[in-house]
Design a protein around this ligand. Structure first.
Ligand code: NAI
Length: 351
């Protein structure tokens, strides 16, 4: 069930944490600690089955290894998923139990927030372990990573847009943002300020209306956003939106967004390239959040460190685009091979 699972990729450690008293059922996956202790957030989600949760944590933890390597962080990749119980009796107790499970890993894994989990939950984890970041209090506390994530996505998007259309603004371009949550909202602010014509979509209709007013945007129904007329598609909801079918119908010339695991499978990256569209790999453009979290884990004192690392994401994106053109390969495959070289310590390829 585990070693021949389709998403198993020689993960170093997979821990199943079960705590009857609090109702915690979680899986912690450490994909790689080659570059440093594994780091990656904790997701609380209603999974249809244990296998669906396992698949998610295996894919997400591998993504974190690649993300941290491409962001130039001395951290490996890991992730936690909590299978949300029908009813959470005591949320603090649930996250304290998770903290105990993380503490048993002795510092080989650091956690932080992800979908469905907030700073108060991390504070509860911190009652049982010090291997937790994304806290609101403390000397190196980094708080909500979303604005930094949005900044990284925006910086990379501008680099990609400049390459395709020239110019330093988004004036005259239609940009469709799917998901107007913490990252999507910040991103809309930057895109609007850069002169983009915005299409916005969220399953929460009220949020979409708010965005329409705030950013002079046009609301598109969730089921219609992928087929709308647009120049740039910005996925900021959940993963898996780019499938072999959906990219065929997608009008956008470029795709750049915050959602993790946007490509349903590897073949989609190749198809996007064949269609003449530019895909900016998710784990590079959305690394702002983990850079913010890393400043807390690594106890960085230099105030310019985060800014420099986030700006460097656009440089990495440029390198990936160049390399993809040179090798006639798709950007997702090129990003993977550069990340693998960095993890293997092959500086020649990783440069
Ligand atoms: P969030 O939970 O604050 O926002 C997600 C938004 O997407 C919500 O408003 C939700 O209603 C909407 N949504 C869900 N399904 C949708 C659909 N089918 N169509 C349209 N809207 C839909 O999440 P957040 O923090 O903004 O993250 C967005 C994505 O970026 C997630 O995939 C997350 O894993 C990823 N990410 C977030 C980081 C962060 O710093 N928050 C860091 C790196 C990645």
């Amino acid at each position: 069930m585990l070693f021949d699972h389709k998403s198993f990729d020689a993960h170093e450690t997979v821990v199943f944490a079960d705590d009857e008293a609090s109702g915690l059922r979680a899986i912690i996956a450490l994909h790689s600690t080659a570059l440093g202790p594994a780091a990656g957030g904790c997701r609380l989600w209603h999974y249809n089955s244990d296998l669906a949760a396992l698949d998610d944590v295996l894919r997400l933890s591998r993504g974190m290894t690649y993300k941290n390597a491409m962001a130039g962080l001395p951290l490996g990749g890991g992730k936690t998923v909590i299978m949300a119980p029908e009813q959470i009796r005591d949320r603090r107790a649930l996250f304290a139990a998770l903290g105990r499970a993380i503490d048993r890993l002795g510092g080989s894994y650091w956690t932080a927030e992800d979908v469905g989990v907030g700073p108060a939950d991390m504070a509860a984890v911190a009652t049982a372990t010090r291997f937790v970041a994304g806290l609101e209090k403390g000397r190196h506390a980094s708080g909500d990573p979303s604005p930094v994530t949005a900044k990284g996505v925006f910086t990379c998007l501008m680099a990609g847009a400049h390459r395709i259309w020239g110019g330093r603004t988004l004036s005259g371009l239609t940009v469709a943002v799917q998901g107007l949550g913490r990252v999507g909202w910040h991103l809309c602010q930057a895109l609007h300020a850069a002169g983009a014509d915005l299409l916005v979509s969220d399953i929460d209709a009220r949020r979409a209306q708010l965005a329409a007013r705030e950013f002079n945007a046009t609301v598109v129904a969730p089921e219609k956003i992928l087929t709308a007329r647009m120049d740039i598609f910005v996925p900021c909801a959940l993963g898996g939106v780019l499938t072999r079918e959906s990219v065929g119908a997608l009008d956008a010339r470029m795709i750049c967004g915050a959602a993790n695991n946007q490509l349903a499978d590897e073949a989609v990256g190749a198809k996007i390239a064949r269609l003449g569209k530019l895909y900016l790999p998710d784990y590079i453009v959305n690394a702002g959040g983990i850079i913010n979290v890393a400043s807390e884990i690594l106890q960085i004192e230099d105030p310019a460190w985060i800014e420099d690392k986030v700006s460097a994401l656009a440089v990495t994106i440029e390198e990936v685009i160049e390399e993809a053109a040179k090798r006639s390969r798709d950007t997702a495959a090129v990003a993977d091979s550069i990340a693998q070289a960095r993890i293997a310590g092959d500086c020649r390829l990783a440069a």
